[in-house]
Design a protein around this ligand. Structure first.
Ligand code: EPZ
Length: 418
């Protein structure tokens, strides 16, 4: 387990190249099992969730290479339908493989998925959707086993717009017999990207980004190369970091459209933001004003994956803020760590009541999950004095070259083996 040592107080100045989206790459990797043709995914971030997903594909018998940020998958020799529990428990997105593996083998077996400890994270919507397509499912001893003679298209109504369930059902339906309609589908950009990839290799999917996704089953899928969309959460993390530390940064390779709810809030904070083509420029030259309320919502609302980072920013704003986490039950595990840095936050149920302080103070803190860990890093960079951030393997799951990118902006941060 490594740790970060941070000496806070520097402003952030310079440019950052934004990685491709972790939450787009992962379902696309899962989708590669659906075809016998070679798939190449370009510019894939070197993060542990990707490495683990590639290991899982290898266990399924796929031939995978990861060279110069390009991932090449040949699933033609895939011959196993059981996802190893030690890997499944590492990442939530292992569950997406259910749809692909069932489509290929007519059966699948997986341990309950892992991932960030941010809530109950049931998979009932995934399983109910697969059952609607004709899959028989048994759950015992922590495993989910699936079987079906033939996947058959159907209409599926999701109780809530689950990103993973929408993607899992799409993957199971692309080669099903007939048409599948997913109602109350999630609208995240990563789902539109998955649709774009699937159609690129020969599927017939439409409606992603609206509340209704329609999939017409096809017999065969092809291969090809694909460049996923930018990681809007990495981009938002850097923007919030610059707002918190002060300075002037430019993000390259980013689509501002995907961040409009955050940009609106950062302008309320008093940040000067300009957008030109695939660049976002942000300048923060004074202590930010508080925004009265931040409520996480499914896309296009404020993203839950930026909730922790935004709460950290609220801690140093002039005035009070209320943050409400509407998607996950326990996504405030980072709050006690921020309080060690002098933050004035009270959490009651899904609400965090924040009273802004002039400055945070460096402290020894622990990362408990991916986005909460990233929030601690930007808080430490803005704080006065030295911080140590432990268990940063959580952060390695979703941010590639994080400390290098922050150092290039003038942040005083080093990684040290513990
Ligand atoms: C995806 O998780 C993302 N992960 C998460 O990002 C993101 O926070 C989340 O979507 C919401 O945007 C990936 O794409 C790999 P959900 P997912 O299903 O699919 C409930 C990050 O930091 N639900 O949309 O697991 C669930 O409990 C990660 O990059 C059910 O009740 O999220 C939650 O309250 C963290 N039953 C709500 O839906 C189900 O079967 C939203 O979850 C599935 C979900």
């Amino acid at each position: 387990m490594d740790k970060y040592i941070v000496n806070g107080g520097n402003g952030l100045y310079g440019t950052v190249n934004i990685q491709t989206a972790k939450n787009s790459v992962l379902p696309i990797l899962a989708a590669s099992v659906l075809t016998d043709e070679k798939i190449v995914i370009r510019n894939v971030p070197a993060i542990s969730d990707v490495h683990n997903m590639i290991k899982i594909l290898g266990c399924l018998g796929c031939r995978c290479t990861y060279i110069d940020r390009d991932v090449e998958i040949d699933a033609s020799c895939s011959d196993c339908c059981e996802i190893p529990s030690v890997l499944a428990r590492e990442l939530r997105s292992s569950v997406f493989l259910l749809g692909s593996v069932i489509s290929r083998f007519r059966k699948a077996k997986i341990a309950y998925p892992g991932g960030c400890d941010i809530g109950l994270r049931p998979v009932d919507l995934h399983l109910n959707g697969l059952k609607r397509l004709g899959v028989r499912i048994t759950e015992s001893n922590g495993y989910i086993s699936c079987e079906c003679e033939q996947l058959t298209g159907n209409e599926i109504m999701l109780d809530c717009p689950s990103v993973g369930a929408t993607e899992n059902i799409m993957l199971a339906a692309v080669k099903a017999e007939g048409t599948t309609v997913i109602k109350n589908a999630a609208r995240e950009p990563e789902i539109e990207d998955l649709q774009k990839f699937l159609n690129y290799i020969g599927a017939k999917v439409s409606g992603a980004g609206t509340g209704t996704v329609v999939i017409h089953g096809v017999n065969k899928l092809g291969g090809g190369e694909f460049l996923p969309i930018c990681d809007r959460i990495e981009a938002g993390t850097f923007l919030i970091g610059a707002a918190m530390c002060g300075g002037e940064i430019q993000l390259n390779g980013v689509n501002a459209e995907l961040l409009s709810s955050l940009l609106h809030k950062l302008r309320e904070n008093g940040c000067k933001i300009r957008v030109k083509d695939d660049k976002i420029m942000l300048r923060s030259d004074r202590r930010p004003y508080s925004v009265k309320s931040i409520e996480t919502q499914p896309y296009p609302g404020f993203p839950t994956d930026l909730q922790a980072q935004m709460t950290a920013l609220c801690c140093v704003c002039r005035g009070n803020s209320i943050v409400t986490e509407n998607l996950f039950e326990t996504r405030y595990k980072y709050v006690p760590e921020l309080k060690k840095m002098g933050a004035d936050i009270t959490v009651i149920d899904r609400n965090a009541f924040v009273h802004g302080v002039e400055k945070l103070k460096g402290a020894e803190v622990i990362a408990h999950d991916l986005r909460g860990g990233a929030a601690l890093v930007i808080a430490a960079l803005a704080a006065e004095g030295r911080s140590e951030i432990f268990d940063i393997s959580h952060i390695d799951r979703g941010y590639s070259d994080f400390e290098y990118k922050l150092r290039a902006l003038g942040g005083d941060i080093v990684r040290v083996a513990v």
